[in-house]
Design a protein around this ligand. Structure first.
Ligand SMILES: Cc1cc2nc3c(=O)[nH]c(=O)nc-3n(C[C@H](O)[C@H](O)[C@H](O)COP(=O)(O)OP(=O)(O)OC[C@H]3O[C@@H](n4cnc5c(N)ncnc54)[C@H](O)[C@@H]3O)c2cc1C
Length: 440
C-alpha cells in the first residue's frame, strides 16, 4: 500500500484506454447493421474482455520503473482481480448471445463447423481452468513453477483463439486495416510474455553471479551471499527485491523472488536471507559455494529513498519480513543517516530473531529504537511477549508526524492490522509502505 493519487489516476486512465482502444478500433468507420441491444452488448463485452486478457501480459511484464512506482505486489494483485473480470467478460459474451438468440448455440455445434466448435469449447474450458488453477493451486498440490508455466500457456491459447475468432467472424473488423491493428495488438501483448520469459533471462545470461557463501542465520534460515562474475554488480534501492535463479541457465523454471538484505552501498556482494518454506527454499542450505546463479531485478516500490524528506522511520516487521528492512537499516548505517528509526520486530520465539546481534549493535551505535516481540517466551525474556498488537504499538511507536515513513512487512494478518492501526494513529496514507511476500 504505497498510494500516490496522481500515479494511480494516471495508471487507471492508461489501463482503461488500453482495454477500450481495441473496441474503439472496431467502432471506427461504417458499421454493419445492428443486431439488437443484447447481441451488441455481448459483442462489446467480448471485445473488452479479450483486450483485458491482452493487458494481463503487460501487468506481469516486469518493467522496473513501473514496478518501483507501483510495487510489484500491487501490480500482481491488480493482475489477479483484472484477470477474473476479464474471464467473466469473455464468458459473458457467448452466454448473453445464446440467451438472447439461441441460434448462436450452433457456434459450439461440431456438426455445423468442427474446428470452430472445437476451438470455442477448448477456450471456454481454458478460461475456467485459468481461474480455477489460480484459486485452488495449493489445494490440488500444483507446484508454483508448474502453475506459472501453465498459466502463461493458457493465457497464450486464449489470446490466440480469441484473435482467430474475432478475425473469422469478422463482423465488425472486415476492413483489412482493422484486422491488422487487432493482429498487431495481440502480437504486442504476447511480446510482453516473450519479454519476461525469454528476453529478460537471455539478457541475464551476460550478467551471471557466483554464490560466494552460504551461511546459517538461525534454524531454517540461511543467507546466500552472491558476487558478480565479470560485471559491476547491481545498483538497487534498499528494500527492493530480485528474482533468484540458482542454475547454469537463467531460463530455469525455478525462479524465486527474494528481498535484498544487504546494504545498497554494497553493489558487488548481494545478500539474500531465505527462510525454508517449500521445495526450493528447503534446498538453500545444500547449495555449494561457487555455484552459478542469476539475479533479475531489482524490482519493487518498497524502498527507502534518502533524498526524500523524512523526520522519522518506523519499521514494523514479522518473521522473515525483516529482510528488506535489514537492507534499509544497513544502508542507513553505512551512509550515516541520522533520522530517528524505530524497529518493532515480531518472531515466534526468542531464538527465531534473525540478525539479533547486529540489530542490538545498531541500538548501541546508532540509536535504533528496537522492540523485539516474541510470541512464545518465558518470564525471563526482556522484550515484549505475544503478537504485535495495539498495546505493543502504544508502548513502542514514536509520535507519527506528517513526515514519517513507515515500512511494514510480515504475515498478512499482522500487516492488515498494523496498516489500519497506523492510519488510525494519523500516519499519512502515502507514507505507509507495505511489502507482501505472498503475491500469488
Ligand atoms: C517481493 C518478495 C520478496 C520476498 N523476499 C523473501 C525473503 O527475503 N526471504 C524469504 O525467505 N522469502 C521471501 N519471499 C518469499 C519467497 O519468494 C517464497 O518463500 C519462495 O519463493 C517459496 O518457494 P518454495 O519453492 O520454497 O516454496 P513453495 O512451497 O513452492 O511456495 C510457497 C509459496 O511461496 C510463493 N512462491 C513460490 N515460488 C514462487 C515464485 N517463483 N514466485 C513468487 N512466489 C512464489 C507461493 O505463494 C507459494 O505458495 C519473498 C516473496 C516476495 C514476493
Amino acid at each position: 500500500m504505497k498510494l500516490r493519487l496522481p500515479h494511480i489516476v494516471l495508471a487507471l486512465a492508461l489501463y482503461t484506454l488500453a482495454v477500450l482502444a481495441p473496441l474503439a478500433v472496431v467502432l471506427v468507420g461504417p458499421l454493419p447493421e445492428g443486431r439488437g441491444f443484447w447481441i451488441e452488448l455481448s459483442i462489446a463485452l467480448g471485445f473488452i474482455g479479450l483486450a483485458m486478457m491482452g493487458a494481463q501480459f503487460a501487468l506481469t511484464a516486469r518493467f522496473r520503473r513501473i514496478s518501483t512506482l507501483y510495487g510489484q505486489d500491487s501490480l500482481l494483485q491488480f493482475h489477479r482481480q483484472a484477470g477474473i473480470v476479464a474471464v467473466c467478460l469473455v464468458l459473458a459474451h457467448p452466454v448473453i448471445a445464446i440467451i438472447a438468440e439461441p441460434a448462436y448455440l450452433s457456434f459450439f455445434d461440431p456438426r455445423v463447423n468442427l474446428p470452430r466448435a472445437g476451438a470455442l469449447s477448448f477456450v471456454t474450458v481454458v478460461l475456467i481452468l485459468i481461474v480455477a488453477l489460480s484459486i485452488f493451486r495449493r489445494q490440488i498440490g500444483l507446484s508454483y513453477e508448474w502453475w506459472r508455466l501453465t498459466h502463461g500457456a493458457l493465457g497464450f491459447f486464449t489470446l490466440t483463439i480469441g484473435l482467430a475468432h474475432v478475425l473469422m467472424v469478422g463482423h465488425y473488423i472486415s476492413p483489412l486495416w482493422k484486422q491488422l491493428v487487432w493482429i498487431v495488438m495481440t502480437v504486442g501483448a504476447m511480446g510482453f510474455l516473450a519479454r519476461m520469459r525469454v528476453l529478460i533471462p537471455l539478457t541475464e545470461r551476460r550478467r551471471p553471479w557466483r554464490i560466494a557463501e552460504v551461511r546459517p542465520e538461525s534454524t531454517g534460515v540461511w543467507t546466500l551471499a552472491l558476487e558478480p562474475e565479470g560485471h559491476d554488480g547491481m545498483r538497487f534501492l534498499p528494500g527492493q527485491f530480485v528474482w533468484l535463479t540458482v542454475s547454469d541457465s537463467p531460463l530455469s523454471l525455478q525462479q524465486h523472488p527474494f528481498s535484498i538484505a544487504s546494504s545498497a552501498d554494497s553493489l558487488r556482494r548481494i545478500e539474500l536471507t531465505i527462510k525454508e518454506l517449500g521445495d526450493f527454499t528447503s534446498t538453500i542450505g545444500q547449495i555449494q559455494p561457487g555455484a552459478r546463479a542469476f539475479l533479475e531485478g531489482p524490482y519493487g516500490g518498497f524502498a527507502f529513498q534518502d533524498d526524500v524528506r523524512c523526520d522519522g522511520l518506523v519499521f514494523i516487521v514479522g518473521g522473515i519480513g525483516i529482510t528488506p528492512v535489514m537492507s534499509m537499516l544497513r544502508t542507513i548505517r553505512d551512509r550515516g543517516v541520522t533520522t530517528p528509526a524505530t524497529l518493532i520486530y515480531g518472531a515466534p520465539a526468542p531464538d527465531k530473531f534473525v540478525f539479533r546481534d547486529e540489530l542490538e549493535a545498531m541500538v548501541r551505535e546508532s540509536g535504533l529504537k528496537l522492540t523485539l516481540v516474541a510470541e512464545n517466551a518465558d518470564e525471563a525474556w526482556p522484550g515484549e511477549r505475544g503478537l504485535i498488537d495495539e498495546g505493543v504499538l502504544d508502548r513502542s511507536l514514536p509520535e507519527l508526524g506528517e513526515h514519517i515513513h513507515a515500512f511494514i512487512c510480515g504475515p498478512e494478518a499482522m500487516m492488515d492490522a498494523v496498516e489500519h492501526s497506523l492510519l488510525r494513529r494519523g500516519a499519512p496514507l502515502g507514507r505507509i509502505h507495505s511489502e507482501r511476500f505472498n503475491i500469488v
